[in-house]
Design a protein around this ligand. Structure first.
Ligand code: GDP
Length: 447
């Protein structure tokens, strides 16, 4: 994830301020140095980094912290506000009928993003359609059709037609019933003039409400040049940053946002249609800084719970926090987590659990890989109801029996029990937060 490293290094630098009530120049410089290092490593433009460091330094030294605020909290607050300012607002995309054109280089993730964005709008109750006009890349049509099918949204394309502008025109007509029309365009290897001409023509046919530029997070400094070309041709009012799951960079895209005077609309975090997040500046930075991001978590939790409940009947997060955490709960929770994303990412979004607490756990505490998860499911199928409810009673002879029944090694069964214990302990810490904390958290989650 972009700037992944920033949260932990910054927490380290801020920890140096713990217990202090006054901030010295050296303290601030130490924090600013960490921020600079992380941002530059993540490919953020040098000028942007320098502006940000100056603002943080000036504010931390010149502004008076409110009474009763510790030096650490004060600096953290300033860093947070300045970083939110740096990444900018989220692109405004009201939940109403609209047309969106996606532009970008080949391989940047346009086709994938078209289906993802369509899926996102469909979850908000709108009817989207994807119109595929890429006549250049072999396989683009099939890929787009398949992804639209997975996203369960309308699709238009014509594999026998070479004229992309004609496809766009006909596609917009054919999908006129849809609320949100998303036009995917061709990308070439480089910024060829032909690409830009075609894009301009499609843009004038579609007359979109939004032109979104799709950028691979790993693009680095080239983002600036690309952005200005696309900006000059059609005007860019939002950026989609893709492949954030595969890189610790992504700062280049911030330069593109700055260059086009636009904002970030969506983040792509994986290859499936569901791996998309609406960009939320404050939540995004909170997450980076280990402050938690309840809004994203709520969305993901709600979505996963809805899906799990459709399949499993009633089961909600409160069951996880209430009373005994059994293997049955673990199985349901694994299914839900599978839909939400890795547990550590989910945990990172919960204030108080992110950062500090995750650091105390062994690295692999939350590492339930797909393969282990499948094994765990098979193993749980070989357990009795009583064993699932009371896993503590599973000793050596029961382990042997379960191993024979499931065809899995005893070692795997011990791993499962160990994993269960680890989750149980984590949830106990959760419960140990106290009623007031919990109520506050639940209230925030309900918003
Ligand atoms: P296009 O040429 O711009 O239409 O790009 P595609 O949508 O075909 O994407 C190029 C490659 O990147 C494909 O293999 C996608 O599966 C992959 N891809 C796109 N978005 C993401 C993402 O957010 N994460 C990951 N891991 N892969 C992505």
């Amino acid at each position: 994830m972009v700037l992944d490293d920033l949260g932990s290094s910054l927490r380290g630098a801020l920890d140096g301020l713990r217990g202090k009530s006054r901030i010295s120049e050296e303290d601030v410089q130490a924090v600013v140095k960490e921020i600079q290092r992380s941002l530059l490593q993540a490919d953020v433009d040098v000028d942007l980094v320098m502006d940000l460091s100056d603002s943080i330094e000036t504010r931390a030294l010149e502004e008076e912290p409110p009474a009763g605020t510790s030096a650490r909290d004060w600096v953290l607050r300033i860093v947070y506000e300045e970083l939110v300012e740096l990444v900018g607002e989220s692109t405004e995309l009201p939940l109403e009928p609209q047309t969106i054109v996606l532009a970008g280089l080949q391989g940047s993730g346009k086709t994938t993003s078209a289906a993802k964005i369509a899926w996102w709008f469909s979850k908000k109750g709108l009817r989207p359609a994807v119109i595929q006009t890429d006549t250049w890349r072999p396989g683009a049509y099939e890929q787009a059709e398949e992804m639209a099918e997975r996203a369960e949204v309308d699709f238009y394309g014509d594999p026998d037609e070479d004229d992309a502008v004609k496809i766009a025109r006909e596609g917009l007509e054919a999908t006129a019933d849809a609320d949100v029309q998303i036009v995917d365009t061709a990308g070439r290897h480089a910024l060829e003039d032909g690409l830009i001409d075609e894009l301009e023509d499609i843009e004038s046919v579609a007359d979109p409400d939004h032109n979104l530029l799709v950028l691979d997070a790993a693009i680095g400094q080239e983002a600036k040049e690309q952005a200005s070309r696309f900006e000059g041709a059609v005007g860019i009012d939002g950026v989609v940053i893709t492949k954030l799951d595969g890189t610790a960079k992504g700062g280049g895209a911030l330069a593109a946002v700055n260059e086009t005077d636009s904002t970030i609309a969506f983040l792509g975090t994986g290859e499936t249609v569901k791996d998309v997040e609406r960009f939320e500046p404050s939540g995004f930075i909170s997450r980076l800084l280990g402050m938690g991001d309840l809004k994203q978590l709520t969305e993901r939790v709600e979505r996963a719970m809805e899906e799990t409940q459709e399949e499993e009947g009633d089961w909600g997060p409160e069951d996880m926090l209430d009373g005994e955490f059994t293997l049955k709960d673990m199985r349901k929770q694994m299914e839900a987590m599978n839909k939400m994303g890795p547990l550590d990412q989910v945990m990172d979004m919960i204030p108080g659990l992110g950062g500090g607490m995750m650091d105390q756990l062994p690295d692999d505490a939350m590492d339930v890989t797909q393969e282990r998860m499948r094994d765990f499911e098979v193993i749980m199928d070989s357990m009795t109801d009583d064993e699932l409810e009371n896993p503590r009673q599973i000793g050596r002879s029961r382990t042997e029996r379960i191993a024979r029944g499931s065809g899995k090694p005893e070692e795997r069964i011990r791993e499962l029990l160990e994993q269960h214990k680890m989750m149980d302990r984590t949830l106990n810490q959760f419960q140990g937060m106290g009623d007031a904390d919990m109520e506050r958290m639940m209230k925030q989650m309900d918003q």
